[in-house]
Design a protein around this ligand. Structure first.
Ligand code: DC
Length: 221
């Protein structure tokens, strides 16, 4: 069974995805990390993130794999290198290019084939897995998302103002929703959940109930 969880930056998808996967005994795929790994490869090659021709040409030397709990770029563990503000922006910028999206969408479909997997990102339900059995799209007020993210960064020892987080978040959301191929969007059959006033535990419980109901009584397609 494939479960997709999409939504904008800072809405809490990765926390919810990990915990929901643990509760259901599913694997999970954090597709944002794949875009971040491509951005790291592009940065290392000295290519500008928005240079579509150069990024596309470089892709033949970029291989991203996501074994459980790891992000491998050409076999190197890079999970600890990709959570910087520059690579957040870079992931969003390289994600505009069609060749990057096609390459990563193919890798995501291969990773999920024959598995019980929760895939989180921006386009998982709308583009990568149009036939996923269960789709969610999470939203939350932009300021609340920025406040949550700033608190997470502070807990990790990085002091960033809510205003700065919000500026970066707005830029990324606008770019992610406006690109030509597979823009961030809720699939027409996604369950949309506004998490503004919910704790992550409450979000996980609601999603878990929907998945369990669907497993007991699958939708007809
Ligand atoms: O989920 P994240 O913040 O790690 O994602 C970083 C960027 O990667 C995001 O701003 C846009 C891009 N991305 C994408 O285009 N499609 C996805 N399925 C996941 C991420």
């Amino acid at each position: 069974m494939i479960v997709t969880i999409d939504g904008p930056s800072g809405v809490g998808k990765s926390t919810v995805t990990k915990e929901l996967a643990a509760r259901l005994g599913f694997e999970y795929l954090n597709t944002g990390a794949m875009y971040r790994a491509v951005a790291l490869a592009v940065q290392r090659a000295g290519i500008r993130f928005n240079d579509e021709a150069a990024v596309t040409a470089a892709l033949s030397g970029v291989h991203v794999e996501m074994p459980p709990g790891c992000v491998l770029l050409n076999g190197e563990h890079v999970a600890h290198l990709i959570r910087t503000p520059e690579l957040s922006r870079g992931a969003s910028e390289v994600g505009v290019h069609g060749a990057v999206r096609q390459m990563l969408a193919a890798a995501q479909r291969t990773a999920a084939t024959g598995r019980d997997m929760i895939c989180d990102g921006r386009d998982q339900g709308s583009f990568v897995f149009p036939l996923a059995e269960c789709k969610f799209f999470l939203t939350a007020d932009a300021r609340v998302r920025a406040e949550r993210r700033a608190a997470e960064l502070a807990a990790a020892g990085q002091q960033v103002s809510v205003e700065d987080v919000m500026r970066d978040q707005d830029d990324r959301d606008r770019r992610d929703a406006a690109r030509a191929l597979a823009p961030m969007a809720a699939a027409s059959d996604a369950v949309i959940l506004d998490t503004t006033h919910l704790t992550s535990k409450e979000v996980i419980e609601r999603l878990e109930n929907v998945v369990r109901d669907l497993r007991a009584c699958p939708r007809r397609r």
